[in-house]
Design a protein. Structure first.
Lengths: 396, 173
């Protein structure tokens, strides 16, 4: 398709914490400098910078990307911010990819930052404005409604129980216990703990939800020529996809994320993946709520509709299962500094595919992974497929 | 995080760090005010609500009736200028029992937000509203409901002209 091959060659990450001493600029710099150090590059080697960060309302700073620019290493370089809600972290990697794949740049630093603690009493306040100002906001909705409504529809459509879904929270919080950056790792949590946690908006309980967090993640992308020079273990971006569904969210099927399917099909085609359930060895689906991981596995065509809970019950999604899902610990366990959380999934695949994930390492020398995020008003899907080789279709 | 990395940046703070003044912070409050124009499609919707009617719009190309009405079909991108009066009854597509406010303060009696598929609109086409005159434990997906309107003289052309939707018998239209 006339695109150049692009590899991830470095990654860095701060701790994800409830409230960080460091500012957003400082977190950005910490993650970015770690990413550069990891591939022995300096800012002089970087030709363009992409920044992913959530709405200005979180920080109370208009033109937040400009505010963050020195921390992101952007001065004097082509610099661009993207924002597609929760989908941002994975989308910013796609944006970095097309900067390099297009031939415009040989290197691109992608930085995702979120500091959700500045907004008080609760960062959810910044989300209230996603509802339509005329037809919905007079009803005084809160953000939990939209997830609770979707979760209930998913449960009712397929006869799924809260316990079926709680297994995902347990798996991810247990996985996160092995992640040194994690906010909510818990090696002993049980399904009963999740079910007994306080009901926020039934069917959503407290432990079904990922935590508000501060943190940053960065990755370095490079063209084939640069990648082969700087590392002997490049991780190739084999395919990317993204798609948007209707913003009239009450006018679509809440039980199935067709926008994720569209994004996935685009990425599978680009990567030459014809049998995703066999060819994707690790998956990092977006898990701000436990049901979302299952919902997304179905949209990614990695499970039949309504059948993802069975995979969780059978241990298929465990780190040593046949299709490890969120071996990082995901947003539920590592934390959810929105844009940074999505890019964390890309970084996790990078470390997993290089066999550098330590205690989190998925066994069996995985060769291909998929990261996915979701956002906007519940209707954007963003997908990146990465592998230890360059992929098939793109060579033609 | 990689095994190659020995030190992980990022410093967690607690409330105590702030309260004790060990870590300084600055506070501010933004006062942003807006007046949103309703536009053409939603303007018609609101005028309909004031009359006690729920309007949708119909796309002959896709044979879709959507609600609220809009001026363009998002699927075929053709104009969608014929408004259709829908019923003020429908079916609960999904619901929640919400026990917290937006800033996670507990509320005793849950609010019951729901997506209600409106009779006369295409399948799975609904609106966000709330349920009332029903005990939380009795709400079901698929339940038939009807709008409870404000008295005509109190309506102002807003989604809140419908107070809530209440359950009705399965056969009632």
């Amino acid at each position: 398709m006339g695109m150049r091959k692009v590899a991830v060659v470095g990654a860095g990450m701060t701790k994800f914490v409830r409230r960080a001493l460091e500012t957003g600029k400082e977190l950005s710099w910490q993650a970015a400098s770690q990413a550069l150090n990891s591939c022995e590059m300096s800012l002089d080697d970087i030709q363009a910078v992409c920044m992913g960060t959530a709405p200005d309302a979180f920080d109370g700073i208009h033109m937040k990307a400009e505010y963050l620019s020195d921390g992101a290493g952007a001065w004097g370089k082509p610099y661009m911010r993207s924002y597609v809600g929760g989908g941002t972290g994975v989308f910013s990697a796609i944006q970095g990819w097309y900067h390099v794949a297009s031939g415009l740049f040989d290197t691109c630093l992608v930085v995702c930052e979120e500091k959700m603690s500045s907004y008080f009493p609760h960062a959810q306040g910044a989300f209230l404005t996603i509802f339509d100002h005329t037809t919905e906001r007079p009803l005084k909705p809160n953000l939990l409604w939209i997830f609770a409504l979707e979760m209930n529809r998913y449960m009712q459509t397929y006869g799924i129980s809260k316990a079926d879904i709680a297994r995902v929270a347990v798996k991810n919080k247990r996985n996160a216990a092995d992640h040194p950056s994690a906010l909510l790792g818990d090696p002993t949590i049980t399904v009963e703990d999740v079910l007994n946690s306080e009901v926020l908006a039934w069917p959503v309980s407290r432990l079904d939800v990922s935590p508000v967090s501060d943190g940053a993640v960065a990755v370095v992308l490079a063209s084939e020529e640069v990648a082969k020079r700087v590392t002997d273990k490049p991780v190739w971006i084999q395919g990317v996809g993204w798609a948007l569904d209707t913003s009239y969210w009450a006018n679509r099927d809440l039980a199935y994320p067709r926008y994720v399917e569209r994004a996935a099909r685009m990425a599978y085609e680009m990567a030459g993946v014809t049998e995703p359930r066999k060819q994707v060895h690790i998956v990092e689906p977006y898990d701000p709520f436990d049901y979302k991981e299952l919902h997304h596995l179905e949209g990614l065509l990695l499970a039949d509709r309504g059948q993802a809970p069975q995979l969780a019950a059978d241990g298929v999604l465990d780190r040593d299962g046949n299709m490890p899902s969120c071996p990082s610990g995901g947003l539920l366990g590592v934390g959810n500094p929105i844009a940074a959380a999505g890019l964390m999934k890309i970084a996790e695949l990078f470390w997993q595919l290089r066999a550098e994930a330590g205690a989190r390492q998925v066994p069996g020398k995985p060769e291909r992974g998929l990261a996915q995020a979701w956002g906007d008003l519940m209707q954007v899907g963003t997908v990146v497929i990465m592998g230890t080789n360059q992929g098939e279709e793109r060579l033609k | 995080m990689t095994v190659e990395m020995k030190r992980i940046p990022g410093t967690a703070l607690s409330e105590k760090d702030i309260e004790s003044g060990v870590v300084l912070s600055v506070q501010d409050q933004l006062d942003a005010r807006y007046a949103w124009d309703t536009g053409v499609g939603i303007g018609a919707y609101l005028a309909g609500l004031k009359r006690g009617e729920i309007l949708g719009s119909y796309c002959p190309t896709d044979d879709l009736t959507v609600v609220p009405p809009r001026v363009v079909c998002e699927w075929c991108y053709r104009p969608m200028d014929s408004y259709v009066r829908l019923q003020d009854t429908g079916r609960v597509n999904t619901f929640s029992l919400c026990y917290v406010t937006w800033d996670v303060q507990r509320i005793e009696e849950p609010e019951i937000p729901a997506v209600i598929e409106i009779d006369g609109a295409s399948p799975l086409h609904g609106i966000l509203h709330k349920l009332g005159e029903v005990r939380p434990e009795d709400v079901r997906v698929g339940m038939r409901v009807q709008a409870v309107w404000k008295p005509p003289h109190e309506r102002e052309g807003a989604i809140t002209d419908i107070l809530y939707f209440k359950p009705i018998a399965e056969t009632e239209r």
